[in-house]
Design a protein around this ligand. Sequence first.
Ligand code: FAD
Length: 519
Amino acid sequence: MQREVFDLAIIGGGITGAGVALDAASRGLNVALIEKRDFASGTSSRSTKLIHGGLRYLEQFEFGLVREALRERATLSRIAPHLSEPLAFLVPVYDARRPSPLGRNKLKLRLGLWLYDLLAGRQNIGRHRWLKPEEILKLAPALEAGGLKGALLYYDCLTDDARLVIEVIKAAAEAGAIVANYAAARGLVKSDGRVSGIEVEETRGGRRFTLSAHVVVNATGVWSDEVARLADRNGARKLRPSKGIHVVMPDEGFNCEAAVLIPSLGEQRFLFIVPWLGRTLIGTTDTDYGGPLDEPVADPDEINRVLESAARYFPRANLCTERVISTTAGLRPLVSEDDKSTSELSRKDELIESDSGLISMIGGKLTTYRRIAERVVDRVMERLGRARGKCMTGQIELAGGVLSDAQMKDESPRMAAEYALPVETVEHLMHKYAGNSRVILEITRESPDLRSPLIEGLPHIAAEVVYAARYEMAMTVEDFLARRTRIALLSRDHGSGCVARVGELIHEGHEEARRESPA
Ligand code: FAD
């Protein structure tokens, strides 16, 4: 990074920075990206994990945003189907005894979902329909049946947000971008009043260097005001962070095959109950946030409110704090507008260019990262005085190429026999890593020990740690447990039972990489 002058340097390794890096590198630019902690350690690993149009935004008449997001849902399902999997969603409607999440007006609801289907166009993944109580209880057997009149069923997609970021970062690196985690922007360098580089500090080593670039993009989400002030000390605050929490519960008690929308206690919004990686994810909230940005946490009263909201609709799920497996808290980088509450603020993205030429991209959603990146890179091309070229990211398959369901089904027994692994392990690898699962399977040949599970009750094996250290820049045990896999969220001990083993394997992976490239 110190040796050349890049066309573009990006600050921030969340989904926005990752998307910009991939788009720019695949249009032929010379790109560098720095992330102050780990990739996806900010908001992009703390979302509700939906690749969705956003039903709620229809109420705010944000039809353009919904249409764009629904199209992106289709694109992502094509380039990374394992990271955008269709899921049924239920909006239950009750009689007067119990509020319904989107109001009791069935006609308004149907109209909204009709519009949702219409905006999805020919790439829709399934049309909405009305379900009778007995049909609902097949999909969500523990949902309160008293007073249940029916439910509207519609479809959206589910992802693993952190893995999506990692795969986009890897695709950017394959396209030629140079990427670094644990490298923070501490200052901006200017030449003739224009931003021409970044003062970088390696946060795990303390070394400092200058990264030079013709254009610098600030893709730091809720930190973007902070970074913009490195360019202009008197810059106005543009952001209004809003906190959203999630609670991860055991699947027992829910056993849902569909996500369910329920009203949120004390907020004018609804909560999603989502079956995710063998657990149930409940969230989210939306509250103004003024605390430190680096480590937001779910407060006990927020957790209780989420559990109480869910317990009204799942009374037999035994929703007490003792059964909570883990929680997450994330900060939405919303663009400030006078007099509006955070839930009324638009989820649209906004590109801001400072007088000194720093391009900041704020707002937006995980779902629309590709389009956000396209808008940024179009502007970067203009600034560089180059022809825009065509955005190619809709054609770039992620994760070493798509594996279809049929391929997974056909190939997994054969692979299991070839690599002496249980079929479930092979299925898990194929599902998590798509085409790259072949690389992990090859790693298992290096030692029988690498075939063994890391932690009881979860399908992960030791070879995944080696893969994460060699190919995914996992630097710490937490990088592996919290973002390369989601063990920290899924396991009651947050992975502490395998910390020593993961640490050793990461260390070995790095030693090996150092031996192979001594420079
Ligand atoms: P971030 O992911 O926060 O990335 C910014 C990065 O910049 C961070 O990793 C940070 O460490 C780094 N950084 C900061 N300062 C520096 C510096 N000085 N030097 C180097 N690096 C720096 N969207 C959806 O589409 N679907 C959903 O279901 C959904 N659910 C959500 C639920 C919640 C509770 C929240 C909060 C958001 C949700 N979103 C959802 C929105 C989505 O998660 C965000 O819009 C998106 O993740 C923002 O990505 P980002 O890259 O802009 O920010």
